[in-house]
Ligand binder design. Structure first.
Ligand SMILES: [Zn+2]
Length: 620
């Protein structure tokens, strides 16, 4: 949403004056903060909830109480330093717990994971590769931090409260806070649509990046680090934990994955396991503890919630889209923003505990599904998914009652959620996604050695490459970009460039030393195609990383091309006919002397051959 800066400051001062004591600090306190409970009278009420999972909460008298539990309102999540101090204490006290730093943030903070395992029999012992790993990731979006508080409780209960049995046949890796810099840009006014915790991090990083758009381009230190961690431990299940925005509904824990309900998947066997094995068991576990699990869906129109639901797109820049393309089973949790922090945290705990049980009991089937999907080499790769224009099905939906009112502020009718479950089950039109492009899989790509940045990103992805130690001439298709358009808006620190038409030109092309051949005959072959085909909306090109090819170099003076053009017309009747037809059909062209001369220049060998020629070759 675009916001007016001055309005926003004025509003925040007003809110501060109305609801918060003047002593309140923007800095997260070192312990449980002495500030007024988070109270947003402008948010709709939440339905009463008293789930059985509340029994998981430990009393303040417990020496291993978490900062979340110690807070009287269970509406608090600790700072980076306090989280780390708590986990350091746990690591020191338990042989099952080990902390591993796997990256450093742009502001210099260590990014770490907390690993729970029974494989740590000696110093330096590593995880048994035969045991499936659950990787739970919290705080890719700071403020959406439920996974940290749930993870602390679960790891504590594994260490001390009898839940170590979860580690018999599976291992657990928790990233308590991925976006550590954003987590530390904390305050009471970060997430206006979210019911707690009352001090929240900021959704973007110190460099103003949204990390859940970076899974394919891998710009950011945090995402490069997490990619390395995933390559190292090869988790059987990766759970990326968020909190929603958007409409109200009854569900407290919603989650999803690409290929749900039989939709298209780049990892069909994995999707079938998630759909058929995980989902029924997970929903039963959550419901058994008083939670209300739902599918990950997004309203087509937040102001008209019954008009339709969509899957939010299947793009690979998001965790779940990337996981499907990379054949890493990936679930995106979106806990519901209007449910209290306590309810969301406890639901996340149940989710993670049940996921550990499922990996122990059914992990072998999942491992087989991963292997099957990693062996796939589809000849055609659908890409550039967009929401359908028409709905072809409906979804049952547990809605919340609402009414509308005339707003003096907006001057129109606005929606007011009433916080009471609608006793009638809604039936809402569902809008699926469809590919708008089908890419064909070449045998390999060739990336020129001077693009060390692109080669490095491919390496970070774990893509296998064959580097040249001497120049080599290879017959390849080079792609001429016919209709590139530079975006008028920046996106994630890039200026996107789209191209919808390309013309392959067969060439004998000499690749300099350091160039790489990137075979698509590898488990990450689909990712390679999505990254290197310029028409792919997830490609390096689409993010604007090859702007240099849009610069045409050299030109020809009018006094040189005009007489040359006369000779061309005299020597080539077909060219003459084509020129005359163009003059007749295009009056603007006919009236533009430079354009007319340019038309001839393009047809001479003097014209810049590399103009709009994408520098990555396709080997077919
Ligand atoms: Zn999020």
């Amino acid at each position: 949403m675009v916001e007016d800066g001055c309005m926003r400051i004025a509003l925040s001062l007003l809110v501060a004056a109305l609801f918060v004591s003047p002593a309140m600090s923007q800095t997260p306190p070192a312990s449980v903060p002495n500030v007024a409970p988070w109270d947003q009278p402008f948010l709709p009420p939440a339905p009463e909830w008293n789930g059985a999972s509340r029994a998981l909460l430990r009393p303040v008298s417990d020496p291993w109480v978490t900062p979340f539990e110690a807070d009287a309102d269970h509406d608090f999540s600790p700072s980076y330093a306090d989280t780390r101090a708590w986990f350091d204490r746990l690591d020191a006290a338990s042989d099952l717990i080990r902390i591993e730093q796997f990256g450093t943030s742009p502001e210099g903070r260590p990014i770490y994971a907390v690993i729970a395992s029974k494989d740590f029999t000696s110093e330096g012992a590593t995880l048994d590769p035969a045991k499936p790993v659950l990787l739970a990731q919290a705080g890719i979006h700071p403020g959406e931090i439920d996974g940290n508080d749930a993870g602390m409780m679960l790891l504590r209960d594994i260490a001390f409260n009898g839940k170590d049995g979860l580690l018999e046949r599976a291992n657990l890796i928790l990233i308590p806070i991925l976006s550590v810099d954003g987590h530390e840009r904390a305050g009471a006014y970060s997430r206006p649509n979210q019911r707690g915790p009352r001090i929240q991090g900021w959704r973007h990083t110190a460099t103003n990046q949204n990390l859940n758009r970076d899974y394919l381009k891998l710009d950011q230190a945090e995402m490069q680090a997490v990619r390395g961690l995933i390559l190292k431990y090869d988790p059987a299940l990766y759970v990326d934990i968020h909190v929603t925005d958007g409409i109200d509904y009854q569900y407290d824990v919603t989650y999803g994955f690409n290929g749900e309900d039989g939709a298209y998947s780049r990892s069909p066997a994995i999707s079938a396991w998630l759909d058929g094995t995980l989902k029924p068991a997970m929903n039963a576990a959550l419901e058994g503890q008083g939670h209300i699990p739902g599918e990950l869906v997004f309203a087509i129109d937040d102001r008209d919630p019954k008009s339709g639901l969509g899957d939010g797109g299947l793009g690979e820049r998001y965790s779940n889209g990337w996981g499907s393309a990379a054949h890493v089973p990936t679930i995106l949790i979106e806990n519901h923003s209007l449910k209290p922090h306590e309810q969301r945290v406890l639901g996340t705990y149940i989710f993670l505990e049940e996921a550990m049980r499922l990996l122990a009991d059914k992990g072998a089937d999942l491992t087989a599904a991963i292997a099957a999907d990693r062996a796939l080499r589809p000849a055609e790769i659908p890409a550039n998914f967009e929401a359908d224009d028409q709905s072809t099905s409906t979804r049952p939906f547990k809605g919340i009652l609402y009414e509308t009112f005339d707003s003096p502020a907006s001057g129109r009718s606005e929606l007011r959620w009433l916080g009471r479950p609608d006793p009638e089950l809604w039936q809402v039109p569902f809008f699926a996604s469809h590919p708008t492009l089908t890419l064909t899989r070449p045998r390999a790509y060739w990336v020129p050695g001077y693009r060390t940045d692109i080669i490095e990103r491919l390496r970070l992805h774990g893509v296998m490459m064959e580097p040249l130690d001497a120049p080599r001439t290879v017959t390849v298709d080079m792609l001429r970009l016919d209709d590139p358009v530079v975006s008028a808006r920046t996106n994630e620190a890039h200026v996107p460039i789209t191209v919808t038409k390309v013309t392959p030109e067969r060439r004998d092309w000499t690749w300099p030393t350091g160039s790489v051949r990137v075979s698509t005959d590898q488990p990450l072959g689909d990712v390679v195609v999505l990254l290197l085909e310029p028409r792919s909306s997830e490609s390096f090109f689409a993010w604007g990383m090859f702007p240099e090819v849009l610069n045409r170099v050299e030109y020809i003076e009018a006094y040189a091309i005009a007489p040359l053009a006369e000779k061309m017309l005299a020597a080539d009747p077909a060219l003459k006919a084509e020129f005359e037809a163009k003059l007749a059909a295009d009056p603007a062209f006919a009236a533009d002397g430079d354009a007319r001369l340019g038309w001839f220049y393009e047809r001479t060998p003097f014209y810049d051959d590399r103009y709009r020629l994408y520098p990555v070759g396709r080997e077919n």
